[in-house]
Design a protein around this ligand. Structure first.
Ligand code: AMP
Ligand code: ZN
Length: 112
């Protein structure tokens, strides 16, 4: 999608602070971090949101990438949270599917 911020990152037109990359996914630091570690994991191909995720393997790869990044950066044992916001009530502001990986502080429940 030409007008999509995260597609531009996947295409290398905008350079985020990348912490993970494979053939399908890109993981980069959130520009407004909500925890000491706040990474966004996106599919390189455009999927607008979780409603449009037809490829169940892609969802699994995104979750596995989150666990890998957390382990590599030393948060596997202390713990972390993964979040996918979908559409308005979910709080989605960028309409390219992304998984938030948050770590480095105790999380509260329920989320706001
Ligand atoms: P969401 O509200 O779930 O759609 O999350 C979108 C996330 O993208 C927010 O946490 C933003 O801080 C983050 N974000 C927006 N623009 C950028 C950017 N240029 N680089 C990194 N993260 C961004
Ligand atoms: Zn996109």
């Amino acid at each position: 999608m030409t007008d999509c911020l995260f597609c531009k990152m996947a295409a290398g037109e905008i350079k985020p602070d990348v912490v993970y990359e494979d053939e399908r996914l890109l993981g980069f630091r959130d520009i407004h971090p909500q925890a000491p570690l706040h990474v966004l994991i996106i599919p390189k191909r455009h999927v607008a949101n979780l409603n449009d995720l037809e490829d169940s393997l892609l969802g699994g790869w995104m979750l596995q990438a989150a666990a890998k990044i957390a382990a590599q950066l030393g948060y596997a044992e202390t713990g972390y949270r993964t979040v996918i916001n979908c559409n308005d009530d979910g709080g989605q502001t960028v309409h390219h599917l992304h998984l938030h990986l948050l770590a480095g502080r105790p999380m509260t429940w329920p989320p706001g």
